[in-house]
Structure formats: structure tokens, C-alpha cells
Design a protein around this ligand. Structure first.
Ligand code: ADP
Ligand code: MG
Length: 287
């Protein structure tokens, strides 16, 4: 396969994030082998592949935690290969973690207020946030931004609950909200459905769709749940042994023999089942 650039980038638009010929070696292991991918504006892009395919490594190269052996990373057309993770955050790269670190005793709203003040407040964020009486009251604009965000995330009804008392699905949404409060142009999501039950997964998917529509943010997600990726993403890249073996729309990837063959080796039953489930989901949606 040749270098894959998403077909969905409109003429005149610049991709929010690209990997351009990224190779990452660890000693003799080639974790990523000449991988190119693109995240266009306002799109949800998926990255799938079996264990050890190189997904996490590519994520750390994109977020700046690792410097690639070869190749480049661009944000909005600018080369950020040598920029630190913090510099990339300031340029609009957000990310969530598979195991979010939240403050269990702070409420949902307080988490989002802190994230909002990091984005909009002064440099002395912590002293600015907390006084001896607790949280400093925010401005009307801050209240408005935080309330709007809680609304898009479906968290308004638990605004004042301590995060530690919430089910994992909602914690995931708080984590997402915290990333969104920084107003990123592109968000890296690491396994947003991991550990969630079917209903919680469906809730997260609905929120992700809404957030892209309302905020115009782009997303790149690594996800084990093939059905979720097929149902949610506009474009999907498939990695195997460090190399891209396929890229395309869910329909294209679904029918790609290389994906069917390589994804789960000889045991394709699980993939087939997931693909069938995702087709059924799509059919339901179009009814
Ligand atoms: P995935 O996230 O798709 O499961 P990874 O990116 O974690 O895959 O790993 C890709 C390959 O790189 C694997 O063979 C893994 O063992 C290897 N690898 C990842 N990180 C390191 C590291 N820090 N040192 C050595 N090998 C690594
Ligand atoms: Mg991984």
C-alpha cells in the first residue's frame, strides 16, 4: 500500500494532524514502519490492529512522548516532530488516557472548572483556583463555558457529584470533558470504550459524535472494539506488525481481505462477528 492520506480532506483544508513516514525502532524491533496517516478537520479517524501492531507507539510519537527514528509529525501543516508534548498541547493537541487520573473527591463541575482555568486563567492556576474557602467563584463566561460543556457531555445531572462516586462510563466522560476544556483542534483517544459495558459504550459513542458536530474538533482513536470503530469513524487505518495494511472508509476496510486475513490471523470469527454487528448497527441507524 502507498502512503495513505485520507481522501476526506477538502480542497483548501489542512489536516489537523499527520504522521508522515513515521518509523520507530526499539533495538531490533520495528514498532512502526513508515506509517503515514492524516486526521482531517471535523473527522473521527480510527486506528485499529492486533496486539503489538504499533498503535500505542504511534500514539506516543504523535503526542510527542517519543521522537521517531524516521519521519515527521505535522499539526495544521507545521512540523512538530521536535516539539515537546506540552508544546503540542499548546498548539491544540489533546489526549485522554486509558486509565484517567481524576481527583476522586472533586465534583464533575470542579474538574471542568480547573481545566477551563488552565486554558483561560492566569499562569498561577492553582492559587487562582483555590482559596482557603475552597474554589474561587468563576466569571459569567467561565460558568457559561463549563455549563455548555457539561451539557454536551450529558453530565449536568451529576455536576455536583464527587467523581469517585460515578460509574466508569461517566468518569470517562469527565476525562473527555477535561481534555475538551483545553479547546483542542485534535484529540487523541486511547481506548475510550475499555472497561465499559454495552450501554456505557453506546453513551460514549453518542457523546463523541455530538462533540465533533458541536465543537468541530477532530479525533483519532485507538480502539479494540471493532464494531465501535466501524460504527463511529469516518476513516480507518489498520496496522499490523508496525505497517499500515489498509486504510479507508468503514465499508472499504470491512471488505478488505488483508484486514480479514491479518487482523486476527487464522481465527477470523471474532472479527467477522464484530463486523456483522457493526453492519447491523449501521442498518438500524439508517432506518
Ligand atoms: P499495540 O499498542 O498495537 O499493541 P505497541 O505499540 O505497544 O503495540 O507495540 C508495538 C511493538 O513494539 C511490540 O512488538 C512491542 O513489544 C514493541 N515495543 C513497544 N514499546 C517498546 C519499548 N519501549 N521497548 C521495546 N519494544 C517496545
Ligand atoms: Mg497498545
Amino acid at each position: 500500500m502507498t502512503a495513505a492520506t485520507s481522501a476526506r480532506t477538502e480542497p483548501g483544508e489542512i489536516d489537523r494532524l499527520t504522521a508522515d513516514g513515521v518509523t520507530m525502532r526499539f533495538g531490533g524491533i520495528v514498532a512502526c514502519n513508515n506509517v503515514s496517516l492524516a486526521v482531517p478537520p471535523r473527522s473521527i479517524v480510527g486506528l485499529i490492529g492486533p496486539n503489538g501492531a504499533g498503535k500505542s507507539t504511534l500514539f506516543s510519537v504523535l503526542s510527542g512522548l517519543r521522537r521517531p527514528t524516521n519521519g515527521h509529525v505535522h499539526m495544521g501543516g507545521d512540523d512538530v516532530t521536535k516539539s515537546s508534548p506540552q508544546a503540542r498541547v499548546r498548539r491544540g493537541l489533546g489526549r485522554t488516557f486509558q486509565h484517567p487520573e481524576l481527583f476522586t473527591e472533586l465534583s464533575v463541575r470542579e474538574h471542568l472548572v480547573i481545566a477551563d482555568r488552565v486554558r483561560h486563567g492566569t499562569r498561577r492556576v492553582w492559587t487562582d483556583i483555590v482559596t482557603w474557602r475552597g474554589f474561587r467563584p468563576g466569571s459569567a463566561e467561565e460558568d457559561q463555558r463549563v455549563d455548555t460543556l457539561m451539557d454536551s457531555l450529558d453530565l449536568t445531572r451529576v455536576a455536583h457529584s464527587p467523581v469517585g462516586a460515578l460509574p466508569l462510563g461517566m468518569m470517562r466522560l469527565v476525562e473527555l470533558g477535561r481534555a475538551l476544556a483545553a479547546e483542542p483542534s485534535v484529540l487523541l483517544l486511547d481506548e475510550p470504550s475499555s472497561g465499559l459495558d454495552t450501554q456505557e459504550t453506546a453513551d460514549v459513542v453518542e457523546v463523541l459524535r455530538r462533540v465533533v458536530a458541536e465543537r468541530g474538533v477532530s479525533m483519532l482513536l485507538v480502539e479494540h472494539d471493532v464494531a465501535l470503530v466501524m460504527g463511529l469513524c469516518d476513516y480507518i487505518y489498520v496496522l499490523d506488525f508496525g505497517a499500515l495494511i489498509a486504510a479507508g472508509t468503514p465499508d472499504e476496510v470491512r471488505n478488505d481481505p488483508a484486514v480479514r486475513a491479518a487482523y486476527l490471523g487464522t481465527d477470523t470469527e471474532e472479527l467477522e462477528e464484530a463486523i456483522d454487528r457493526s453492519s447491523a448497527d449501521l442498518d438500524e441507524e439508517t432506518v
